[in-house]
Design a protein around this ligand. Structure first.
Ligand code: KIV
Ligand code: ZN
Length: 529
């Protein structure tokens, strides 16, 4: 079924047609709210810029009323992003909508997304209200949001479990009130694809003003059906999919952006719909989100998993050598995975590095070549050969370093062996003019190092999660340390990368401590206002 609705993005959108499915990315809202440590403003901005380059139509980047940090990041992103519409979330109450409008007004055009629950279980148990009162709140919220922008989206939370008569009433009322997009979430990932398709079909058949809005879907993955449900809804006429990179999000996550984008590209002839996604940006964006969010991607994940394009069995390998379409329905290059692997050495010049970065999907504006080249040479001297993964890891590492960082680890010395204790001594620089030298023991090298850093800083924190992984292939890959530390009931993620895992562990802790320092500075600035 095709949908003849005019698009809700207004005249500045990129020529949407009824065949176009709007990609509404919610990695920085639904995805971020499910992380065990929230992202810094700098990290959110990096992800937003990556999503812009990926070609998403709309990005939902936060819930401004929820915290000053969220407000600030929504505002910064709204100020920076020019080629996608930026959206913020608000419950159906005026204070939330005010916060959203305040944070977003720095953008030329923006969307306010307001929502309220519509299912019996939510209306009765969570909201403890009558459906008619909830409907009145929804109508008021949409009208109120329209005072700030023409682009208002309304969501019927838990639509998947809402009685269809109530859902039809709510959708009609929201459109009448001025919503240009109405979203039908399967909030708890409960519906089956044929059932969800039936709901969308019923809405198209029964809601008299349905042609005045774009129908959107937002499916959660509790039964592993988020992508199937979203595609079934598109077949019934939905023209916006809400999704996240790598499918991150509440509980089992959201519909995965890369999967729906590649379905609509690979099966376009059958489905008759397409998107504005630049598919070759998928792998790069997926890696960035996975690293910054501390959410590894499972090896067998469709499109972006480490094994998504590797062939193990002899029969498959034989087929691939004869013709790649025997076992591949899309190429790795089509999602931005570089085929040729070059091993770089300290003899490789700057132009080779630039060329390699370009093949990996990075533009020259993504990095400062002198800094990257210096780090590359240092690594090449240690490792001999530098691979693509190493190069990307160096770039991530540089992007995490902020000239405003308060703490910097100057020297580390750790000794351990057969004896009872490991010992660590460090020199930690703080601000522009302070440094601290600290030595201590611990029950292992990382423990000794962390005790020394803890004693050198005036911050009471606990390490709540710590892991080391191999970045790149082979035994000489770089070591990546990821840790989560808890300070005043808030979690902070830290990330470090080095050929030496002890050094990577030290960097990760200092990275997280810098985020805490920024949080303290923001709180002090707010208190002084
Ligand atoms: O899952 C959900 O229903 C949501 C809404 C706020 C759209 O995230
Ligand atoms: Zn959701």
């Amino acid at each position: 079924m095709s949908n003849t609705t005019s698009n809700s993005l207004g005249s500045s959108s990129q020529g949407l047609s009824s065949d176009n499915v709007i990609i509404f990315d919610t990695t920085l809202r639904d995805g971020e709210q499910a992380l065990n440590a929230s992202l810094s403003v700098h990290e959110k901005l990096q992800i937003a810029q990556s999503l812009e380059r990926l070609g998403v139509d709309i990005m939902e980047v936060g819930f401004p009323v929820s915290s000053p940090g969220d407000f600030e990041s929504v505002q910064q992103i709204a100020r920076t992003i020019k080629n996608a519409r930026v959206c913020g979330l608000a419950r159906a109450v005026e204070a939330d909508i005010d916060a959203c409008a305040q944070a977003l007004k720095v953008a030329d055009q923006f969307r306010i997304h307001t929502f309220i629950s519509t299912s019996d279980v939510h209306v009765q148990q969570k909201l403890r209200k009558e459906f008619a009162d909830v409907q009145a709140m929804a109508v008021h919220a949409v009208k109120y949001a329209r005072k700030f922008t023409d682009d208002v989206e309304f969501s019927c939370e838990d639509a998947g479990r809402t009685p269809i008569d109530n859902l039809c009433r709510m959708v009609e009322a929201a459109i009448d009130a001025g919503a240009s997009t109405v979203n039908i979430p399967d909030t708890v990932g409960y519906t089956m694809p044929f059932e969800f398709q039936g709901i969308i079909t019923d809405l198209f058949n029964r809601v008299p003003n349905i042609d005045k809005a774009i129908i959107s879907v937002h499916c959660h993955n509790d039964l592993g059906l988020a992508v199937a449900n979203s595609m079934a809804a598109v077949q019934a006429g939905a023209r916006q999919i809400e999704c996240t990179i790598n499918g991150i999000g509440e509980r089992a996550g959201n519909c995965s952006l890369e999967e729906v984008a590649m379905i609509m590209k690979t099966r376009e002839a059958l489905l008759g719909v397409n998107t504005h996604i630049n598919h070759q940006e998928i792998a790069r964006t997926s890696k960035l989100v996975s690293t910054l969010c501390n959410m590894p991607v499972q090896l067998n994940k469709a499109i972006v998993g480490g094994n998504a394009f590797s062939h193990s069995s002899g029969i498959h390998q034989d087929g691939m050598l004869k013709a790649s379409n025997t076992y591949e329905i899309m190429t790795p290059e089509s999602v931005g995975i570089a085929k040729t692997k070059l091993n770089l050495t300290s003899r490789s010049g700057r132009h080779v590095i630039k060329h390699r970065m370009e093949s990996l999907g990075y533009q020259e504006s993504d990095y400062e070549i002198e800094k990257l080249y210096a780090d590359f040479l240092a690594l090449a001297d240690k490792k001999g050969q530098v691979f693509d993964d190493d190069l990307e890891a160096l770039l991530f590492n540089i992007q995490q370093q902020d000239s405003q960082d308060h703490y910097r680890l100057d020297t580390i010395n750790v000794q351990c062996g057969d004896g009872e204790f490991a010992t660590a001594s460090i020199k930690l620089l703080a601000g522009t003019d302070s440094s601290k030298v600290q030595a201590t023991t611990g029950n292992g090298p990382v423990d000794a190092l962390y005790q020394a850093i803890k004693q050198a800083v005036d911050v009471e924190f606990e390490v709540s999660d710590y892991k080391i992984s191999n970045k790149g292939s082979g035994e000489d890959g770089l070591g990546q340390a990821d840790l989560v530390i808890t300070w005043q009931n808030r979690n902070f993620h830290g990330y470090g990368l080095a050929t030496d895992v002890i050094e990577a562990s030290g960097q990760a802790l200092v990275h997280a401590l810098n985020s805490i320092h920024r949080a303290i500075t923001i709180a002090e600035l707010k208190a002084a206002k």
